[in-house]
Design a protein. Structure first.
Length: 262
């Protein structure tokens, strides 16, 4: 049966509000003519006229975090330990078996910005789409943020997953989940407002910190989740292997079996 691919990743791009200002990536582009001096360093004695049309190779110099663009967070990002005291996995230690699994899409686009999803809401959405979670299912959450990527309000848009919602997934064997929002948790600015009002530090990163109890990975800044069916597809999301890192850039892709022509 032919397969259909849906790209779930955003392009790593500078100059757009993809992150809070201090965290935005910067990319310096060198075209083929600008690449000539580097070739001349690599190949002493080389003259520009020796190259086809006087052109060398294009390249880019990227300044960014391992959490720029579509990426996977490792348990080490959340806390030094997972599973009640075991050393937390870094991104180069994540089992590849976690990263190529059946996918499930939960639709929370109707929830308001800053809403913290509960375990009961997770359960209700799974019941609505008629899916029972299996261990190692990859659960992707479609929020209102996906439609705002690249816009000034992106980072503050969408709902987030709370501690109990996250544990609802991980207690059932989910080890990779994801969102089209900037964070798995509710938007940081809105959580900061609640913290300022209550002084309750447990509100901060409550979804992330659930990894202290059961280690898991999360994908952030996904794209095109609205194009996915609720289930019946496979997700491939292998992170870049950065030594001892808290995260890695990821080309996440959904793979669907296309129906045969009638």
């Amino acid at each position: 049966m032919p397969r259909h691919f849906i790209d779930l990743s955003v392009a790593l791009r500078g100059g757009i509000p993809s992150d809070p200002p201090p965290l935005r990536p910067r990319i310096e582009y060198s075209d083929h003519r600008q690449g000539v001096p580097m070739f001349q360093v690599l190949y002493p004695g080389l003259r520009a006229e020796d190259l086809p049309e006087g052109l060398a190779g294009a390249a880019e110099d990227v300044h960014c975090s391992t959490h720029s663009g579509t990426h996977m967070d490792a348990p080490w990002h959340y806390h030094p330990t997972q599973d009640h005291g075991m050393p937390a996995l870094t991104i180069d230690e994540i089992p590849l078996d976690w990263c190529f699994r059946p996918g499930v899409k939960l639709d929370f686009r109707h929830l308001p910005d800053g809403h913290v999803v509960t375990a009961a809401q997770m359960e209700a959405e799974l019941a609505r789409i008629g899916h029972v979670l299996s261990p190692l299912d990859i659960v992707l959450v479609n929020t209102a943020a996906g439609a705002r990527y690249g816009e000034e309000d992106y980072v503050d848009t969408g709902c987030g997953m709370g501690r109990q919602a996250t544990l609802y997934l991980t207690e059932r064997g989910v080890r990779v989940c994801g969102t089209d929002g900037w964070s798995w948790d509710a938007p940081t600015r809105l959580v900061a407002q609640r913290y300022a009002q209550t002084g309750d530090a447990s509100l901060i990163w409550e979804g992330h910190k659930a990894g202290m109890e059961i280690g898991y990975c999360q994908l952030e800044k996904l794209a095109n989740l609205h194009l996915l069916p609720p289930h019946g597809f496979t997700v491939a999301c292998f992170p870049t292997k950065v030594y001892r890192a808290s995260g890695g850039w990821t080309r996440a892709v959904a793979i669907l079996d296309s129906p045969s022509p009638a």
